[in-house]
Design a protein around this ligand. Structure first.
Ligand code: AKG
Ligand code: FE2
Length: 253
């Protein structure tokens, strides 16, 4: 009689993670030479207009609609901002790397091709970005805000992470990246991201005016987070849908 084969042990514990989404290619894109970093608020807010083309944004919105988004509960954990939106979150180092390297982002942030960058030298760039930037946070978040949804005032905290690779790189997030896929041009009214500069500690000067970032299709916004993060919010969407892709800049630690 043939010896009985031992049944292979069934894996115990967690089910394997879902495969990452089959993100569409980043095409078409505006040539890097036609893009530049714009320091909207010195040391705090940097934007890149037309970082993604309207065609690419439209393509992504139809793709993102197929993802299993979940509505965040209206009641936040103690200390968290009230956030009412639909979101999808995935740890996808390959996508984060594409967003960093297959777009103009890496070269603009690191000042690789001189034009359109900020900071005349490496020391200035390190001061601006909070260190030597090594890439984007693999924790990719997709937000959809429908009419009536918003993200209440809050500060974004930094995270210590390890970027996978050989060897893995210990990193820290220093700036939030928000990529807007919709705007009034696509029927999204409201939903602006608003920043509240702090009033100067001394003297009786009135609180500075809020800084409003109007939605623009394909606009990338970077803002400093962690200890020096400005209070900010995503205003209520009044009409249409607001779609955003979120990640963070990471520096070596
Ligand atoms: O959607 C927005 O405009 C803001 C999002 C935000 O503040 C965040 O992701 O922390
Ligand atoms: Fe935020």
């Amino acid at each position: 009689m043939a010896p009985k084969r031992r049944a292979k042990a069934e894996p115990v514990g967690k089910a394997p993670p879902d495969p990452p989404p089959q993100w569409p290619l980043f095409s078409p894109l505006v040539p890097e030479a036609d893009l530049s970093l714009h320091e909207s608020l010195p040391g705090q807010i940097v934007t890149i207009s037309n970082f993604w083309t309207a065609t690419l944004c439209k393509h992504y919105v139809s793709f993102l609609q197929s993802l299993p988004l979940t509505t965040t509960p209206g009641k936040p954990k103690r200390g968290d901002a009230v956030r009412v939106n639909d979101r999808f979150q995935v740890d996808d180092p390959a996508f984060a790397e594409r967003l960093w390297k297959d777009t103009a982002l890496k070269n603009l942030v690191l000042g690789i091709n001189d034009d359109g960058t900020l900071g005349a030298n490496d020391a200035e760039r390190r001061a601006l970005w909070g260190g030597n930037v090594v890439g984007l946070n693999p924790n990719i978040r997709i937000y959809r805000y429908k009419k009536g949804q918003f993200f209440d005032q809050h500060y974004d905290d930094f995270n210590n992470i390890v970027l996978p690779g050989d060897p893995p790189k210990p990193a820290r997030t220093t700036w939030t990246l928000l990529l807007y896929l919709t705007a009034p041009a696509t029927g999204c009214i409201g939903g602006e991201t608003v920043f509240y500069p702090e009033a100067p500690k001394k003297g009786k000067a009135p609180a500075p005016e809020p800084f409003v970032v109007d939605l623009e299709v394909g606009l990338a916004l970077l803002h400093r987070h962690g200890a020096e993060c400005m209070l900010h919010e995503g205003r209520e969407v009044l009409e249409g849908e607001k779609w955003v892709i979120r990640s963070d800049l990471c520096v070596a630690r």
